[in-house]
Design a binder for this molecule. Sequence first.
Ligand code: HEM
Length: 397
Amino acid sequence: MDAGTGAAPDLSPTTVTQLASSDDPRELQRTLREQPVHRVGDLFNLVTRREDVEEALRDRTGTFSWSAVGMNLGNIRPLIPLQIDPPQHVKYRRILDPLFAPKKMALLEDEVIALVKELVDTFAVSGSCDFHEEFAVPLPCRVFLRLMGLPLDDLDLFLSVKDDIIRPPGVTLDEQAPYRERAGKTVYEYFERHLAERKDHPTDDMLAQIIAGEVDGERLSDEEVMDICYLFIIAGLDTVTDSLDCIFAYLAQNPDHRRQLVADESIIPSAVEELLRWESPVPAVPRVATEDIEISGCPIKAGEQVMLVLGSANTDDAAHAGADEVDLRRNPNPHLAFGGGVHRCLGSHLARVELRVAIREFHRRIPEYELAPGTVLEYTTGLRSLHHLPLAFPAGA
Ligand code: HEM
């Protein structure tokens, strides 16, 4: 974060929402990168360039804090590990990282294949589907319930609490707060019940492994286990839905790239990384500055919030040559769609299994599709997702 350019220019909150909701946010990202930092009223500072975003993510000096962000998602205690700053943060990642390691997640592949096929079966012969409703929403939730050893019958309950926490009805935070509180209460009661049951009837799923997790001979308390599970619902369900929506909307509108994937499945892993870079379904992540600092010469005072714009960092030529082009074979691809530094996504390897399997199995069954005639895509604000994604394809697939 070098010296130099002085006070940050002002930007309206409406422009910021377009980072997620615009049909094509790349143009806006390019314009925003002309300045390293923008002030958004008294709310926060937007950090736009790859170098600055990466430096803040990888901060190890305590200059940027998550716990100070003060984001309430219906939780009554900090979400673990996201809302915990180092050094306490590392204790939780030591328990959780091995459970989400690539080799462990690869073992889930057969189950994910079965779940994907089951969902595709429900609409393949009909010639159309709302990909968002019928595939992108249920898949990650079903995978999560399987992984945690929770009843599949609880799917609707999970989907409704997740929505009430992430996208509650209402416009202002005050209007939304009661929905989040109610959903939060449901989540705590749900896991309290399941933790009690596990004590009488031990299992060998991921929930059991978290309960049994130890660091330096110390087990997690029931409250800590619940605070981890709460975060999983927020961090692990919607993000995969968002990514599926963004990726399939892209492929529906870019048949050459879609056919490239269908013709050569070996490029699916690099295509997933590239489309995550291109779409950045989590467009930005927050931090609070704990001391007076400068970012590329723009002063930020202690206590001010910054939003690190992963989307504009991901399309910054400084890190990705030809960043304006989608290259499904791009390798290496050091994108920041999963964040970076200590809070780097815990579930990235799980997400990768879900996305790769979904792309492969869906296209084996339905290689040719397009947006249903008359579709106008409407992207959501906050996390980049779609309200609906109607697809049309040859009936009888
Ligand atoms: C493609 C899908 C996903 C994307 C794009 C994504 C993105 C991210 C990003 C950007 C962060 C960093 C947040 C920050 O720095 O403030 C993060 C953190 C996290 N993600 Fe993911 N995520 C995905 C899937 C998942 C899944 C499936 C899980 C399952 C458990 C998960 C669990 C978490 C957790 C627990 C954290 C917090 C890590 C920490 O604070 O140490 N994510 N994710």
